[in-house]
Design a binder for this molecule. Structure first.
Ligand SMILES: *Cc1c(COP(=O)(O)O)cnc(C)c1O
Length: 402
């Protein structure tokens, strides 16, 4: 499809701000990508829901500051989209990312709030991070390198120290942490702004991890070393362990309005509203006779005459293959089962004995409504809700709705 330059600019300009609701015409839908098809899947980001979730987290955390985790492209919503929506909120003290590029995306969006960089860095990357005013998470003896960077930049390097209290992933082992932190603390151009840990998310063991962390902090304080802000609580801990909130909380999934565990949904601890949807338009509708099949390997065989609809969205877009095992899609306010298999770019849903959907109808893979929440899809097909949003193809258009 050839698009004039003017039409291209118009659609590109409209992209970040306007939504298409299900009542929109196909012509309007064509604006969703600069030169794509209006049937192509898209991701909707609800800024209002992000802000609502932050208010809920803040209430739960007793007003403690929140560092919003926006790693993995903002859990699939787009790192800059999320950071822009949350930056004005007083409750949000800053952002945490894993990749240097994500920190760069936040700074390029004109956002000045503190950013914690939780990924590994060599000295060259550290220099770049410092130029962007990103605070590296440190857990190896890199004090000398930090001093060199500070000297070159002529200003001190602010860091957070990551302590491994038992998750065994990254972080200085808690038994060795005091030695590393003392070394960093004595360096004049290194500022320890915070000390952090990650829970294994095991009810009993989490308590032991917290004891190890607190013992370390007490130890440092006895030596006159200030470890700065203490933080540990991810979304799971926000629900599970009130005593883990410390000086600041560090949630990801809850910010996006998604319950990290199915059992938390019914606790009433926080009212979270999903801020992310995946949608596409029905590409094709047809009737199968009894005995007709659909999908590779004839994965679905009609037992009776039935209507099916084909959606132009598949596992390449981030819809898990397992969604064919119990997942449901909403079209015209009805839920229809995904049948056959999810292929790279196609998904088939069974409509039933009557033709109740048409080509061009909006199909909601997941959104914020009960029955269609990301948790519902993940639960119905036995996948992790973390896989659902974080695996959304980064090339799909993101449409931010106020
Ligand atoms: C991803 C991550 C978080 C946020 O976890 P959620 O379960 O999404 O709340 C917090 N801390 C660290 C170190 C992380 O890697």
């Amino acid at each position: 499809m050839k698009l004039s330059r003017r039409a291209f600019l118009h659609s590109a300009a409209i992209l970040p701000t306007f939504g298409i609701d299900s009542g929109a015409t196909l012509a309007e839908a064509a604006l969703q990508t600069p030169n794509g098809s209006s049937f192509d899947p898209w991701v909707e980001v609800r800024a209002g829901h992000l802000r609502h979730n932050v208010a809920e987290i803040s209430r739960r955390a007793g007003g403690r500051p929140i560092i919003a985790v926006v790693k993995n492209n903002g859990y699939g919503l787009g790192v800059a989209n999320v950071a822009r929506a949350l930056e004005p909120l007083e409750a949000v003290a800053g952002f945490a990312v894993v990749k240097l590029d994500e920190g760069l995306a936040i700074r390029s969006a004109g956002i000045d709030k503190p950013v914690l960089l939780m990924g590994p860095l060599d000295e060259r990357n550290l220099g770049e991070a410092h130029r962007l005013a990103l605070m590296p998470m440190v857990y190896t003896p890199i004090g000398a390198a930090l001093e060199r960077i500070a000297a070159r930049a002529r200003n001190p390097v602010a860091i957070h120290v990551c302590v491994d209290t038992g998750i065994g992933r990254v972080g200085v082992p808690y038994r060795d942490a005091a030695v590393l932190i003392r070394d960093l603390a004595r360096r004049k151009s290194v500022e320890i702004r915070g000390v952090m840990m990650t829970f294994a998310e095991d009810e009993q063991f989490d308590r032991e991890q917290l004891r190890r962390f607190e013992a370390l902090v007490d130890d440092l304080k006895r030596d006159g070393i200030s470890p700065g802000i203490r933080h540990a609580a991810s979304s799971f801990a926000l629900f599970q362990h009130r005593d883990s909130f410390l000086d600041m909380v560090r949630p990801g999934m809850a910010v996006y309005g998604i319950y990290p565990e199915p059992q938390f949904r019914r606790t009433g601890v926080m009212d979270l509203r999903p801020a992310v949807s995946l949608k596409a338009r029905v590409a094709y509708v047809k009737q199968l006779e009894a005995g007709d099949s659909a999908g590779y390997n004839r994965a679905f065989v009609a037992r009776r005459p039935t209507w099916i609809a084909t959606l132009p969205v598949g596992h390449a877009d981030g819809l898990p293959r397992v969604a064919a095992k119990g997942g449901r899609v909403r079209i015209r306010e009805e839920l229809y089962p995904i049948v056959a298999s999810v292929s790279a770019s196609h998904t088939i849903v069974e409509i039933g004995p009557e033709r109740r959907v048409e080509i061009g109808d909006v199909a909601t893979i997941f959104d914020w409504q009960d029955g269609s929440r990301p948790e519902d899809l993940a639960e119905s097909c036995g996948s992790s809700v973390y896989d659902l949003t974080m695996h959304l193809n980064p090339l799909l258009p993101r449409r931010v709705i106020a």
